[in-house]
Design a protein around this ligand. Structure first.
Ligand SMILES: [Zn+2]
Length: 469
């Protein structure tokens, strides 16, 4: 809406346990959109992702003797820290934290924005779309639906509406259409905040939906450009967010809604009871490097259901390793400074074509599968040129700078040759020691490990040498 700037809000985590890999699909999608808008379109992206540290689940999970507010804080802080750690591992919203001062990133905590939520609730009630009942405050859905459209993101059958019945739970289904809670009256042993309204204290705590409406408004204003989240949030969360923001702030609070599809394991939604539930840490324990998970998710179209398999991760690893291997070759070549002119025009044309195809794919609703396929076309041709010794040092540099540009999106590659050499040298030294100690099992394990990374060892009379396959 404002030239050169994009304001974007993403529904963040509810910090009551470790986020699972389905949750991370949503954050990886937002990260992709953010990186694309920033690095390929040149926008300043103001990105806000909330931390839900008060809702039904956090209250339930933090229940124990003592001060409920202190218990809640202690409990949510732990999972918030774990979540931020996982974000860093996956290179999502790097450098962002709830306490960071970056003007363009915000990660507001719900518990630190209670007054803003109360302001919005008062506005909604004053505008005639909310009411007080038994110490709690509710949104009047039917009244709202008379004046505005309720069901902007998906069709809602208001015939199903149960008039005069209210729902206090944060999550409910389309079949459970009732007036929803904006503010819930304090219950014994639950954290609560004072709320003075019309001369009375309605001590209690916010409903889940009001949190996002108030926090997006605080940092992005009445209207902003993009709101992201998983498809499962369309109803009730996002539909109710729209209703609250329209009732309190303005018509059309969000220009674009972008929803990512589910991640499925064994063709089903992940659940602990089905035993198909993985956190990021579970993957790491299985020996999966997070960057391969990142690439796997990013190279799948965000609006397609994604079936997660270990085989898929292996394929992503192979894809990344193949590109990385070529990048290492380019690095070596670029350092030669051979002054050759060979292949200059060919490389320039190839890069231009690839850059165009890659950008066009992203422009088309972030079609990353197509972008990756353009990348592999490029890789094949580039490897052909390398095999023909038809790439000069300058050509290698140009190809590398293109790879660096696409890594602004993927963030999975390394552009430092030394890292690899050091780690390989270290492994060879370990293996030599193992052989000296006649621990051939260990020696073979190290050899296999390197082979998996695309490194082959050869034992010569002058010692062990290595090369990339
Ligand atoms: Zn939200």
């Amino acid at each position: 809406m404002k030239s050169g700037e994009v304001r974007m809000y993403s529904c963040g985590p509810t910090v009551y346990n470790f986020a699972h890999i389905g949750n991370f699909r949503a954050y990886l999608f937002s990260d992709l959109l953010h990186r694309y808008l920033t690095h390929f379109k040149g926008f300043n992206v103001r990105w806000v992702m909330n931390i839900t540290d008060i809702d039904d689940k956090t209250i339930q999970a933090s229940r124990k003797p003592g001060d409920p507010k202190a218990n809640l804080r202690e409990f949510t802080q732990k999972f918030e820290a774990e979540f931020l750690q996982d974000l860093r591992t996956l290179k999502i919203a790097e450098n962002v934290s709830p306490d960071s001062a970056f003007a363009f990133y915000k990660m507001p905590r719900a518990t630190e924005h209670i007054p803003e939520m109360q302001d919005l609730i008062v506005k909604i009630i004053k505008n005639g779309y909310g009411y007080v009942k038994d110490g709690s405050m509710y949104f009047n859905v039917l009244k709202y639906a008379k004046d505005h459209r309720y069901g902007r993101l998906l069709a809602i059958d208001l015939e199903q509406f149960q008039d005069g019945v209210r729902i206090d739970a944060d999550e409910y289904s389309k079949e459970n259409l009732k007036d929803f809670a904006l503010w819930k009256e304090k219950k014994e042993d639950e954290p609560s905040w004072d709320f003075f309204f019309e001369g009375k204290n309605y001590a209690g705590r916010p409903g889940w939906h009001i949190e996002c409406s108030a926090m997006s408004h605080t940092y992005l204003g009445d209207r902003f450009d993009i709101h992201t989240g998983g498809v499962d949030l369309k109803f009730p969360h996002h539909e109710d967010e729209i209703a609250q923001s329209v009732a309190g702030y303005c018509e059309d609070p969000v220009n674009f809604w972008c929803h990512n599809e589910h991640l499925l394991v064994d063709r089903k939604k992940m659940s602990k009871s089905l035993g198909n539930f993985f956190t990021l840490r579970d993957l790491v324990k299985k020996g999966i490097e997070p960057k391969y998970f990142r690439f796997l998710i990013l190279s799948t179209h965000y609006r397609k259901r994604f079936h997660f398999t270990l085989k898929g991760v292996e394929a992503a690893k192979t894809a990344v390793s193949r590109m990385q291997e070529t990048m290492y070759k380019l690095l070596e070549l670029s350092e030669k400074g051979d002054g050759r002119e060979i292949g200059k025009k060919k490389m320039a044309d190839l890069l231009k074509k690839t850059h165009k195809a890659f950008g066009a794919a992203l422009d088309d609703d972030l079609n990353t599968p197509q972008a990756v396929s353009a990348l592999f076309d490029f890789l094949r041709k580039l490897n052909g040129l390398l095999a023909d010794n038809a790439v000069s040092a300058d050509g290698a540099l140009a190809a590398l700078s293109f790879f660096k540009k696409i890594d602004m999106i993927f963030s999975v590659f390394s552009f430092q040759k030394e890292n690899l050499e050091d780690s390989v040298a270290q492994k060879i030294a370990q293996r030599n020691l193992a052989r000296k100690n006649r621990d051939f099992l260990m020696a073979d394990t190290i050899r296999d490990e390197l082979k998996q990374q695309g490194i082959e060892l050869e034992d010569t009379p002058d010692g062990t040498v290595w090369r990339r396959r």
